[in-house]
Design a protein around this ligand. Structure first.
Ligand SMILES: [Zn+2]
Length: 316
């Protein structure tokens, strides 16, 4: 029902008089699209076909050059990124990217390479489903969001509580191997550092922030034979200190996850916006994301929600 209503709203917005007005302004901006998993090749192929036809796909390298020369990108430029880089990137997305000749960027959680440990948020969801809990935290889908609000030490403690109280451990998964990263690069997918274990960096101690950035940098540099050229803040969370550490590690570009388009000239290359999208969304939704209409409506909705429910002080 919710999905039906969402689709109806997407169709309505895509055909509204706002869409062409937003589209005109958006044409001069960059859209950095963020996909996660790509389980359905057919749906993702429809997105790529649309983007090939209606947009101007650019690579991370082109974007870096453009920022350094302070020049604009071509009209309707789009950079495709894959957050967390699970195996569907290599197995489903890359062959399609090659078919449509689209460059992209993978945001790799370096500590997950060669491991079978699920990402912490997937593990938490599964442990809650099998009866796990932690005192003072919700026992439903809102738990992951609540854990992103507390200090990182507390988050790790909650994971321990869930592991101890759940009926069974979370399912193991098969992540990418370090020796597969060069294959991604050869397929036109640039590799970005997405931290070691994907905590919310502003909630970590200074020592942990350094470890998350530099240890991941070393692992990826070893796997690629050269340093990765971009950093992607886990969960999009960044403050001045985190930004300083990332810049100190030599990164010239870093990405947020704030559902906004990028204007030129880029005001801060270490805080470049990305848009949220999913291979399963309709082309109407993709259109209104690319025009900036969906991000604008989303910001209004969030502001109204904050007015109705002001954030309470979070314990711990
Ligand atoms: Zn991520």
């Amino acid at each position: 029902m919710a999905r039906l209503l969402r689709n109806l709203l997407d169709v309505t917005f895509a055909r509204s008089p706002f869409q062409p007005a937003f589209q005109r302004v958006a044409g001069r901006r960059l859209a950095v699209l963020t996909y996660h998993s790509v389980p359905d090749g057919a749906a993702f192929g429809r997105h790529l076909s649309y983007l090939r036809r209606e947009a101007h796909p650019v690579s991370l390298h082109q974007l870096l050059e453009t920022i350094e020369r302070e020049a604009p990108l071509p009209e309707r430029s789009v950079l495709i990124t894959f957050d967390d880089a699970d195996r569907t990137l290599l197995e489903v997305a890359v062959p399609l990217l090659q078919r449509y000749e689209m460059p992209a960027m993978a945001c790799v959680v370096a500590g997950a390479l060669d491991s079978n440990e699920p990402f912490w948020w997937d593990e938490v969801e599964e442990l809650v489903m099998s009866g796990g809990g932690s005192m003072g935290f919700p026992r439903d889908h809102s738990l992951v969001q609540a854990m992103k609000q507390v200090h990182d030490r507390r988050r790790l403690q909650v994971i321990d509580d869930l592991r101890a109280s759940a009926e069974r451990p979370a399912t193991r998964v098969q992540h990418l191997r370090a020796d597969e990263l060069p294959l991604l690069e050869a397929g036109g997918v640039a590799i970005a550092n997405h931290s070691l274990t994907h905590p919310c960096l502003p909630r970590c101690t200074n020592d942990k922030i350094e470890t998350e950035v530099f240890a991941a940098h070393q692992i990826l540099t070893r796997a690629l034979g050269h340093p990765p050229s971009a950093f992607v803040y886990p969960n999009g969370d960044c403050n001045d200190h985190v930004r300083g550490v990332v810049g100190g590690a030599g990164y010239r570009i870093a990405f947020l996850f704030d559902h906004r388009m990028v204007s030129f000239p880029v005001s801060d290359p270490l805080r470049v916006s990305r848009l949220r999208v999913d291979p399963s969304v309709s082309l109407d939704r993709l259109r209104i994301v690319l025009s900036g209409l969906h991000p604008a409506v989303h910001r209004i909705r969030m502001a109204l929600r904050r007015t109705a429910n002001p954030p309470s002080v979070t314990a711990q």
